[in-house]
Design a binder for this molecule. Structure first.
Ligand code: ATP
Length: 314
């Protein structure tokens, strides 16, 4: 029986700006997304039945039709009915290492892996941009997760312009295990508090998006200038998440006060916070100091780094 094992990396947001509202109800965004070396493993097997079955032993991850990997497989079955009837169903096993509901695109990267895996399993020969198009209908972060690396993401996050990869930027990442921030809540609250400042007209939105392509963070990445990158870190959602979640604010402030930390920011809608550090040795020291300062077992800390790739076949 045929099977594939795929590595599905998490992402962080080096930049997240909310520009305005879209007619479809989503927000218009300008983001820089970055893959990191913190990954789930997805095993995908051709099944003897025509069912799609999902296995995962993480208590916060559903295994029914609400799991994004189920939705990804169902989408492929619907789009390629002949391949589905030829090859049958799929069994998908998720080994979770990425914290759940963390602003790290855990579900999205799992779905991206399933799109890539089914393309292989059913010999579909799809291009990356075709896979990205299917991904966009599952979730805004899914297209980025397929190719990964470093990219500008605009629109609702699905329009990608790859950037020169930021390889091996050292990171420490913290997430309270039991703390979840709902992404819809974060965007809704931001709209209530700051919607007055949104750009309303489509020409204004397009002008802001195109200007973003030549601004500070993009330039800093093109120049591989870590000093500038840390100055340009930005996340509008911090304005609503940090006041509502004092633990996240405390973690961010603690990261900022550590020797060797060049910059710190919340990722996506949180509650993960990352710190960019000078070296692997500094990363281990910072992790240790945070562990000593916050003696709460609920806080998970990871030493990791940026990577150049998205979904990888093992
Ligand atoms: P994003 O950064 O894209 O907003 P996130 O990292 O904040 O995503 P996820 O880890 O994707 O959040 O989890 C969000 C919700 O999705 C959780 O409540 C979880 O139960 C559900 N979920 C569905 N499928 C998955 C999956 N394959 N992995 C993790 N969570 C999943």
């Amino acid at each position: 029986m045929r099977s594939y094992r795929l590595i599905a990396p998490a992402k962080i947001n080096l930049y997240l700006e909310i520009i305005g509202s879209r007619a479809d109800g989503y927000h218009e965004l300008a983001m820089i997304l970055q893959s990191i070396d913190l990954s789930d493993e997805i095993d995908i097997h051709a099944a003897s039945t025509e069912n799609i079955r999902v296995y995962c032993d993480h208590p916060q991850v559903p295994t029914d039709q609400t799991n994004l990997v189920y939705k990804a497989a169902a989408l492929m079955a619907q789009e390629f009915p002949r391949a589905y009837s030829n090859f049958g169903g799929v069994d998908i096993t998720i080994k979770k290492h990425i914290p759940v509901a963390a602003g790290l695109a855990g579900g999205s990267t799992n779905a991206a892996a399933v799109l890539v895996g089914i393309d292989l399993l059913w010999n579909l020969g799809l291009t990356q941009s075709e896979l990205e198009e299917f991904g966009a209908s599952l979730g805004s972060d899914v297209p980025f997760c397929i190719g990964g690396g470093t990219a500008i993401a605009t629109g609702r996050g699905e329009q990608l312009s790859p950037l020169q990869s930021l390889d091996n930027l050292h990171l420490v990442l913290g997430k309270y295990r039991s703390l979840e921030v709902s992404t819809p809540w974060a965007y809704k609250t931001y709209r209530q508090q700051f919607g007055i400042n949104y750009i309303q007209d489509s020409e204004g939105l397009a002008a802001r998006t195109s200007a973003f392509h030549s601004e500070g963070m993009v330039k800093a990445i093109l120049n591989q200038d870590t000093g500038k990158i840390v100055q340009e870190l930005h996340n509008d959602l911090e304005k609503v998440v940090l006041p509502a979640y004092p633990q996240v604010l405390q973690l961010r402030e603690l990261f900022a006060s550590q020797t060797g930390v060049l910059g710190t920011m919340m990722s996506g809608s949180g509650p993960s916070v990352f710190a960019i550090v000078e070296s692997l040795t500094q990363a281990e020291i910072v992790k240790q100091r945070i562990r000593e300062a916050i003696s709460d077992d609920d806080l998970e800390l990871f030493v990791t780094h940026t990577i150049k790739h998205g979904i990888k076949i093992v």
